[in-house]
Design a protein around this ligand. Structure first.
Ligand code: PA5
Length: 432
């Protein structure tokens, strides 16, 4: 069972927080939004119960792991990268690529995201071209950054392995029919994995977009889906009472009724830093439309206590802080006793690092509340596949419901098109 809980007490109880009246004012709209979400059978709500794509990903991942691959390059950007990166960062060793091959049991995993030659060049510096696989991930099959990273890696693989060797080590993850990758796949006989038509990039972490790299990295994709499916079951049973749905109303009201238009997700675990980055894209690209939406921001505790908390405590009253807390950290280290005659150092000995992290998490939460700074907490029992799957699904539900409350379409992103058109023209794409 996934163990993920939501605590909104400090959004209600602090000075300047929400009142029961605020919530009852939006209640009928929230009920409608929840009803609409469940009736519309959105693609992202269906994914957790589908096992076919997961089975295909696990089979291919096994083949990749058995092939003696040293390197796996995942080329993708935006929703085609942030979810998979969040999964690896949360669930695999933080220095996974530096572990001995026997300990990893699979290839090093590299994310080629930006079109920055320094980044891709660095991947190519460490990857062994004769034993590298490339997974090109783009729903549209047209994204310039991803196609560029692909073209460069393709050139390197062809040089090392020849045309047929390159084809054997290449996977396309894309729309089932549309886009240039399908044309190239037909021409070069490249294997493809499908991203369902009704699932957009930032909602696609539980499609092959996230599942293949997770399986290549030796993670339990069944458990990821199981956690997400538990969330779907609970949302279906509880509707507008589900805490993720209630959170949609809370965050919507914090922006529209209290003027708190910055939503900070502060993860008290380094492993969840990329999860906050994934959420930032989900919230920003889904809701920032028609002059509406609140600005998401990612932070890490305790690190950002020494950077941003001053602003959260005493800066403008425009933020709502959401703490991501972990009950039992997957790993802990005892702090040795030493310098017991020095008061400011000796007290640490005999405690553990996880204990200090969680005490600081709670201290920040309380200090914020006492200063009249509304905050909420999402608590994961621990960091594992099931809890992460649940969290992804819950935040996707919350974002979709918040879109309904704002009256915007959470599933499109028209605002990024203009820049693309100018780029195409400047780079000489025919027809632009
Ligand atoms: O969420 C989205 O739809 C976007 O962020 C896309 O994932 C991103 O623009 C990349 O698109 P594509 O997967 O088509 O390359």
């Amino acid at each position: 069972m996934a163990d993920v809980t939501f605590d909104y007490g400090n959004l209600m109880e602090v000075e300047g927080g929400l009142t029961g009246r605020d919530l009852s004012d939006v209640n009928s709209r929230l009920q409608n939004a929840a009803g609409e979400l469940l009736q519309n059978s959105y693609g992202f709500m269906r994914l957790p119960r589908e096992r076919e794509a997961a089975a295909a990903c696990m089979e291919l991942a096994q083949e990749i792991r058995n092939s003696g691959a040293t390197d796996f390059v995942h080329a993708g950007i935006g929703g085609s990268a942030l979810g998979p990166m969040a999964v690896q960062r949360a669930l695999n060793h933080p220095y996974y690529n530096l572990l001995p091959a026997e300990t990893r049991g699979g290839p090093r995993i590299h994310f080629a995201e930006n079109t920055d030659p320094n980044s891709l060049g660095a991947i190519l510096d460490v990857a062994d071209p004769e034993n590298t696989w490339v997974n090109v991930v783009t729903k549209s099959g047209t994204t310039a950054e991803t196609m560029t990273n692909f073209l460069v890696v393709r050139g390197v693989l062809i040089e090392a392995l020849g045309e047929s060797g390159y084809g054997d080590r290449t996977v396309f993850t894309t729309d089932p029919e549309e886009g240039y990758l399908n044309q190239i796949s037909a021409r070069e006989d490249i294997r493809t994995l499908s991203i369902p038509k009704d699932v957009g990039g930032r909602f696609s972490v539980l499609t092959p977009v996230g599942l293949l790299p997770a399986a290549v990295g030796g993670l339990d994709v069944d458990a990821l889906l199981r956690g997400a499916a538990q969330c779907v079951d609970e949302v279906e049973a509880q509707g507008a009472e589900h805490p993720a749905v209630v959170g949609a109303a809370m965050h919507y009201l914090m922006d529209t009724a209290r003027g708190r238009n910055v939503r900070v997700m502060m993860a008290y675990a380094d492993a969840l830093e990329r999860t906050a980055a994934w959420f930032v894209q989900l919230w920003a690209e889904s809701l920032g439309k028609d002059g509406k939406g609140s600005t998401p921001h990612g932070a890490v505790g305790t690190t950002d206590q020494h950077s941003q908390v001053q602003l959260y405590m005493e800066g403008p009253q425009d933020k709502v802080i959401e703490i991501l807390e972990v009950g039992e950290h997957p790993r802990d280290l005892e702090i040795p006793r030493a310098y017991e005659d020095l008061d400011g150092v000796g007290y640490l000995g005999g405690h553990t690092m996880a204990e200090l992290l969680n005490v600081e998490c709670d201290a920040t939460r309380r200090a914020l509340a006492e200063a009249g700074r509304p905050n909420s907490t999402i608590k994961l029992g621990t960091i594992n596949e099931e809890n992460l799957g649940y969290l992804f699904q819950a935040l996707e539900v919350q974002t979709a419901i918040t879109g309904s409350l704002y009256g915007v379409n959470a599933f499109n992103q028209p605002g990024v098109e203009a820049g693309k058109q100018i780029t195409y023209k400047r780079m000489g794409r025919p027809g632009y």
